[in-house]
Write a protein that binds this ligand. Structure first.
Ligand code: GLP
Length: 273
């Protein structure tokens, strides 16, 4: 795994990376590109830049299949804070994706376990995920895999922790009672099965989660550390999200930044264990 630190807008960096990956793969109806997609505040700029690339004719979604990470249980799909609504607003309404290629978990399904099993089957049917994009919770959660989730978990119903509900209450008029306490989420194993993984962490609130990546081994209490076991995983972070790195990692990063002050980004390798 590697940490990529940039002073650029993370969304622009990530969208440019995604565009290059997709265009290099030259997806076709026979060989579509399969993207895992996140929601949340961090990735809003990434979607804005993806929309822009599409508008400029630099990126087409025609041969792209998408699987979103998660959805709240119980929110109608047209609720303004459902991840269905988020995806329509931030991406799908403005690009040339085929509706049948969009997959988002249905948090109102009558049988939630079946919904999750069907989702895993649909991912397998699509040939697996080529690039899984994601954000990071303040407590290190990925998708809605809260601390303590096993690293081999698959798509399933999950309970949100009070800390995540509190963090997400800003999208629900700051009223904790309005925040759903359950979600459907891809598992950590579903994410790490992807051929490549790119996660984004922005701001000081994510600094503890980023710092955990440099502690030896993996830590079930910090789901983000599961990415250390992936051969092709990147965490893209801004300097604020790197403010709690341990002294050795910080010294390495400072040295890279001083050696190449004008670089677009700086990279640190993260040991697997
Ligand atoms: C939610 C999502 C996560 C996301 C996290 C961080 O909990 N389920 O996938 O990573 O929010 O959100 P933000 O980017 O708003 O900090």
């Amino acid at each position: 795994m590697r940490l990529v630190v940039t002073k650029m807008n993370l969304g622009l960096w990530a969208a440019a990376y995604v565009k290059e990956k997709i265009n290099a793969a030259a997806p076709s109806p026979e060989k579509p590109f399969v993207l895992g997609l996140p929601t949340g505040g961090t990735v809003v700029d990434m979607y804005a830049n993806l929309r822009l690339f599409h508008k400029e004719g630099l990126l087409s979604f025609k041969n792209i299949i998408t699987f979103n990470m998660d959805e709240y249980v119980g929110l109608p799909q047209d609720h303004p804070q459902s991840y269905h609504s988020y995806m329509r607003q931030n991406l799908f309404n403005e690009v040339d994706i085929r509706p049948e290629n969009i997959h988002i978990l249905n948090g109102q399904a009558a049988d939630l376990n079946k919904e999750c099993a069907d989702y895993e089957a649909a991912i397998a049917q699509a040939g697996g995920i080529d690039l899984f994009l994601g954000g990071v919770g303040r407590n290190g959660h990925i998708a809605f895999n809260e601390p303590g989730s096993a690293f081999n978990t698959r798509t399933r119903p999950v309970e949100l922790t009070p800390s995540t509900m509190e963090a997400n209450s800003r999208f629900f008029l700051n009223d904790l009672r309005r925040v759903p306490h359950q979600a459907l989420s891809v598992g950590i194993g579903t994410v790490t099965d992807a051929k490549e993984v790119l996660f984004l962490a922005s701001g000081a609130k994510k600094a503890e989660a980023v710092a955990r990546l440099f502690e030896p081994g993996k830590d079930l209490n910090w789901p983000i550390t599961a990415l250390k076991l992936h051969p092709h995983a990147t965490l893209l972070a801004d300097p604020e999200a790197c403010s709690l790195l341990d002294a050795a990692a910080k010294a390495k990063l400072d040295a890279r930044m001083q050696a190449e002050p004008d670089a677009e980004h700086w990279t640190l390798e993260i040991e697997e264990a």
